[in-house]
Design a protein around this ligand. Structure first.
Ligand code: TXA
Ligand code: MG
Length: 318
């Protein structure tokens, strides 16, 4: 069983030996390995049961380090990194050959991110290699936002989890790529569309599902708890599903049920994002058969919340 603690030196020495470590970030916990060591990276795919077509994000301490791993950085990418790193933004850029093909699933591009968490930044600053780290959950399940989420699901297969407390943003990074002159969002996430557009102007969102996604975060059914999630008007859904065995996930309304979780009483989208994944995990342990949920306002982080809710509900809507 993994140990959990704040021992940076232990985390460092394990990573140097090619082992995996659970690391905190401001978005979600990551399952980290030396990104330049192909066999360490292969362990990530095995432990997560992740298909090999799903590339990993590489974490760096700062923008200077990022330049070591990419062939070029378009002007727009540079601007975004300058404004939003460290932070919940992943940039998809043409990779240098030093990044092993297994990291990028054979693609010519690599997703790079500088996380905004004191422990992980210190760790990255002390290491002489970057860290490949997907979210630290079994493939397809909800991302972990607390160290105990990682321990419960992957604890048997990794030696150490760096405890950075609860993730402050709680939803994965926004993934941005550059196609010709266009900037494209592949996954909505913890950095809002509005903030990105305030720096570089109009961008295209391409985070809908497809059978050959550029980013498997685009798979329709993903980020899903094991209970059925049904998305719609909660009041109407409650006519259909008996309240004693139905979990209620509301944005701000109180339904006076022992099986309800309110994401934000104050209708605050940042608070709702932070609470979302813990809520889905809590329902999985609750004595309910289904979860009825509603969308939140589709602005700011609300877009990313709605994207995750739709994906969690996807297998039940066809
Ligand atoms: O917030 C986050 O991004 C977290 C923390 C740990 O940094 N990481 C995360 O990783 O969510 P993961 O592996 O669960 O999701 C990464 C997504 C995948 O859907 C993957 O397909 C996409 O990033 N991705 C990685 N490299 C890519 C590339 N070169 N082109 C397009 N998408 C890429
Ligand atoms: Mg993930």
């Amino acid at each position: 069983m993994a140990k959990t603690g704040t021992d940076l030196q232990l985390a460092k020495s394990l990573l140097e030996k090619g082992e995996l470590v659970g690391i905190p970030t401001e978005t979600v916990y990551g399952l980290a390995a030396n990104a330049l060591n192909g066999s360490a990276v292969a362990r990530i795919f095995a432990v997560k049961n992740r298909p090999e077509f799903d590339p990993l994000i590489v974490h760096v301490p700062d923008l200077d380090a990022a330049h070591r791993y990419v062939e070029r950085m378009p002007h727009q990418a540079h601007r975004l990194a300058t404004y939003f790193w460290p932070g919940p933004l992943t940039l998809v850029l043409p990779k240098k050959s030093i990044i092993p093909d297994i990291v990028t699933s054979g693609m010519e591009t690599v997703g790079l991110r500088c996380p905004d968490h004191i422990l992980s930044r210190r760790l990255l600053q002390e290491l002489d290699f970057p860290l490949a780290a997907p979210s630290a959950n079994p493939f397809g399940y909800v991302s972990p936002t607390r160290p105990e989420h990682v321990a419960e699901q992957l604890g048997d297969n990794i030696p150490y989890i760096l405890d950075g407390g609860e993730c402050q943003i709680g939803i994965e990074s926004t993934i941005v790529g550059f196609e010709g002159a266009e900037t494209v969002i592949y996954r909505l996430g913890g950095l809002s569309l509005e903030k990105i557009e305030s720096i570089i102007g109009r961008v295209r969102i391409q985070s809908h599902s497809s059978s050959r996604p550029k980013s498997p975060g685009q798979l329709t059914s993903h980020y899903a708890p094991s209970k059925r999630v049904i998305l719609g008007d909660i009041k109407e859904l409650l006519q259909k599903y008996p309240s004693h065995c139905t979990g209620i996930l509301s944005f701000s309304d109180d339904y006076n049920s022992p099986h309800q979780i309110v994401l934000s009483k104050d209708k605050n989208l940042e608070e709702a994002a932070k609470n979302l994944f813990t809520a889905l995990r809590t329902f999985d342990k609750m004595d309910v058969d289904v979860i009825v949920a509603e969308e939140v306002p589709d602005t700011g982080l609300g877009r990313a919340i709605n994207d995750r809710l739709r994906r969690a509900a996807a297998q039940n809507q066809e």
